[in-house]
Design a protein around this ligand. Sequence first.
Ligand SMILES: [Zn+2]
Length: 324
Amino acid sequence: MIKRLCLLLLIANYCTAQNLPSRWDELVASDWSKALQQSDSTCILPIGILEKHGPHAPIGSDLIHVREWAARATKKEYAVVFPDYFYGQINEARHQPGTFSLPPTVVWDLLDATCTEIARNGFKKIVIINGHGGNPNLLQYFVQTQLDKKRDYAVYFFTPGRDSAYNSKVTGLRKSDPASDQHAGENETSTLLYLRPELVKMDSAKIESGNNLKRLSIPNVYTAIWWYANYPNHYAGEGDKATAGFGKVITDNTVESLAKALKAIKADNKTLQLQNEFFDRVLGDEHQHNSSIADNLARLRAMLDSGELTKEEYNAAKRKALKE
Ligand SMILES: [Zn+2]
């Protein structure tokens, strides 16, 4: 009887562990510490965007991608997944309907505050996964600025790995020119056809051109208007060539790569350890604090010498200054 009870308890325990949702917004508060433990304090922040995806693919395509990757990868390697986040750099599509583009400082502050708030809830490792082509420069700079002040968490930025077997599979399946297959083209439309076919209007994929119009060409120079100059339809590639089969190959590779990265991040103690070591050597606030103590002591010494303070008053004030 006891044996059977133990077995039942074991199974029940196993089931709760299995059923622990990954989505932050689907967890119950009483399971929070269990989620922290099971995730090794790891939270994924999937970042998408709201922008036109050619004439045929949904405005939230990038968000759909990152959420699906996170949902699938966390089935293999548990982590908590932050809810829908679609605030990033998308100034270049503001002439198209459905684009949601916040002012740059709001985008920045929101991302920083979101990470701080995720960490306040107990997470030590925040994994940004990005689905939008206009975001990597912003996100890389954001990660670099994590060293501006001491934090008790680390931010990791995931990029899917691609080995030669995958690359040759992709080359065999792709029908359009890889150089022009960018935004809502064959690649992106294929993954959507695989993940959310009901949202793709394949019969509209050719009503606009996804060709590079090359309307601006200044060698070795970067401008803000370059994308609009090339792709005013906010469409780059040939979405009509997409297939769900191609989409599955791309998605499986990304999910596999993300699950691998999650496993490594969960096991990683080095990043935070080095981050802490780094801050111990940074001459920042602490250095300033120490020099203000030295200034105070010098001022007290001068007051003692001029007779403004008695020896006892000086000693008491000195003790106080050293404690601060
Ligand atoms: Zn996209």
